[in-house]
Design a protein around this ligand. Structure first.
Ligand SMILES: *Cc1c(COP(=O)(O)O)cnc(C)c1O
Length: 368
């Protein structure tokens, strides 16, 4: 058998799958640009510039029982989350990042010919995981302000619809979907998955609706507000029956012991972490006002920890490269509905100052 032969055995829908475009890590850039790795300003992945709670670092340094498997039933983790989220532990399932739960949900619901509705432009992982699951992806475009087109979503529902995925607030646009729209989708009876990765920055949640709607599922993560992106800890809120199934089908030890310790300590330090969230929200508003002063950038209002901009004059790809040369990493998009767009994660105030200065310099150059 040649390597071509084995590649031919791969499922056809995966042979043509464009991957999740991972961002450039400071390690990959080392030596390519004239900025020291620890001077790089990372505004490309919506990571928390203030890091995790110091309680997390202390507890991990002291932890010893790395040789013991975590609890597959996640009993104490689910109890801790019950208090934070305000729903019964029987509704909660945790995972190695919220992305893993999306896979588990797809695994639970998707069979041949089933459809998943995706409100684009949105988090690209919904597209890749849906295709990997074997489902048919049904894209429903958002309107010109990136609001979900609720009547178009409703019109796209068929007997084969197994999931409607909705990021709220949305990434990469920062757009929030009002509760009235979510209620309208829930009333259709189709399963609705609301991804609240940025809940702590937005402050509004669909979790209050779970008692009334057995077709509602909500995803959350510790990656953004709690600064644990590198440790991988996410969770979801489900109808209790669905939660039991997810516990059955998930990989048994999906949440590792370091993540368990980190979540426990983060939940002991919510006030501290929410202070950082507050600082990021304030900085987002200041960053928005600063970007508004740049006449060749059009920014979209955001309820999350990043701001999407459309580059009105000049090339967004060139701008991304120019910023990278100056040691500032940002996300660049060039796809339908996100043409010539760039996204800045909100960092510390000094990061905004450096970014704005760099934008002023580069704008002068690339736009003549
Ligand atoms: C960052 C992000 C997540 C977080 O995923 P994890 O796997 O928990 O790190 C989920 N959804 C969206 C829309 C995001 O932007």
């Amino acid at each position: 058998m040649s390597s071509d032969d084995i590649v031919k055995l791969i499922r056809p829908e995966l042979q043509s799958l464009g991957g999740y475009s991972a961002h450039t890590s400071p390690e990959t850039l080392a030596g390519k640009i004239d900025v020291l790795a620890d001077k790089i300003i990372k505004l490309d992945a919506n990571e928390n510039p203030y890091g995790c709670s110091p309680k997390v670092s202390r507890a991990l340094a002291e932890y010893r029982k790395w040789n013991i498997y975590p609890d597959a039933a996640q009993a104490s983790l689910r109890r801790q989350l019950q208090d934070y989220v305000g729903v019964d532990a029987s509704r909660i399932v945790a995972a190695c990042g919220s992305g893993e739960l999306l896979d588990d949900i797809l695994c639970l619901f998707i069979g041949p010919g089933d459809e998943v509705i995706n409100c684009i432009p949105t988090f690209d992982m919904y597209r890749t995981r849906t295709i990997i699951s074997g489902a048919t992806l049904v894209n429903v475009p958002r309107d010109e302000n990136y609001a979900v087109d609720i009547s178009a979503v409703k019109a796209a529902i068929t007997p084969k619809t197994k999931l409607i995925i909705l990021a709220n607030p949305n990434s990469p646009t920062g757009t929030a979907t009002p509760e009235s729209d979510i209620l309208e989708l829930l009333e259709t009876g189709a399963p609705v998955l609301v991804d609240e990765a940025y809940y702590e920055f937005y402050g509004k949640t669909a979790v209050t609706l779970v008692d009334r709607y057995p077709n509602l599922m909500v995803l959350r993560t510790f990656s953004k507000w709690a600064g644990l992106a590198g440790l991988r800890a996410g969770y979801g809120i489900f109808p209790p029956e669905i939660a039991s199934y997810l516990i059955k089908i998930k990989l048994p030890y999906n949440v590792n012991v370091a993540a368990l310790v980190a979540v426990r300590e983060s939940l002991k330090d919510v006030d501290y972490l929410m202070g950082n969230v507050k600082a990021i929200i304030n900085e987002r508003e200041r960053m928005f006002r600063e970007i508004e002063k740049i006449d060749w950038l059009k920014s979209f209002p955001s309820q999350a920890n990043f701001i999407l901009c459309s580059v009105q004059k000049g090339d967004a790809g060139g701008l991304k490269q120019g910023l990278q040369q100056k040691g500032i990493l940002v996300r660049y998009f060039d796809q339908p509905r996100l043409q010539n767009c760039i996204r800045f994660s909100v960092g510390k105030p000094e990061d905004t100052d450096t970014l704005i200065e760099a934008l002023q310099e580069l704008g002068g150059k690339t736009n003549g």
